[in-house]
Design a protein around this ligand. Structure first.
Ligand code: ZN
Length: 214
């Protein structure tokens, strides 16, 4: 009886295709942003405001829209060193900065999910530094926090027309990567610490209304 090699060849073919697909997936995910993310990062400004800020203003995703709300509730993915070296990343941070400083709806901090990118990067206005600059923080996490807390009124660019009182730690030990992907830890206090807690919550799908006491 003649041996039938067809099954063997088919199996080898399927395995080869599977290996190629796997390597492509690993390569694209390590390389950078997905096609969908790239589209959002380069998307035109909202039509009514397209002429302002050289078209850099991004649409702010809001909980009042279902699709926006679903993304705002996701846990955001970390950024890799390779992603920080991409043109998309620089464009994203640049446009997030324009958006948070927009005089029509001005913020003191913004997280990438608020512009539709489920990645772990936030911009925070450093009220604890001279000139109160906005700075970007990559993959930020709170290592520890003080037992002492403060109550303050909060609002959010993604939560229209609601302000409420939230309890936050008055001091936090923070770990993050800089724009150069340098591993950094630092202790932050006061209002700036409150902004960090609000923005890092966004990366975990948490909104201030979840913590609102009144
Ligand atoms: Zn917010």
């Amino acid at each position: 009886m003649k041996r039938n090699n067809n099954t063997l060849y088919t199996a080898l073919f399927v395995i080869t295709i599977a290996v190629i697909t796997l390597f492509t997936l690993v390569y694209t995910s390590s390389r950078g942003f997905t096609d969908e993310e790239r589209t959002i990062i380069h998307a035109a400004s909202p039509a009514a405001r397209a002429q302002e800020y050289d078209g850099k203003l991004m649409r702010v995703w809001k909980i009042t829209q279902l699709d926006d709300s679903l993304l705002l509730r996701q846990t955001a993915e970390p950024l890799t060193k390779e992603m920080l070296e991409t043109e998309e990343f620089r464009t994203l941070v640049d446009r997030m900065l324009i958006t948070v400083k927009d005089s029509l709806d001005e913020g003191v901090g913004i997280a990438a999910p608020q512009v539709g990118i489920s990645r772990r990067v936030v911009l925070v206005q450093r009220f604890d530094k001279d000139g109160e600059p906005f700075e970007a923080f990559i993959n930020p996490e709170i290592l520890s926090q003080s037992d002492s807390t403060v109550f303050g009124m909060e609002g959010c660019l993604s939560v229209p027309e609601i302000f409420g009182k939230v309890e936050r730690a008055s001091s936090i030990r923070l770990k993050y990567r800089t724009m150069q992907f340098k591993d950094t830890t630092e202790t932050v206090q006061g209002f700036t610490a409150v902004i960090f807690q609000h923005e890092i919550d966004h990366l975990n799908g948490i909104l201030f209304i979840d913590r609102m006491v009144e």
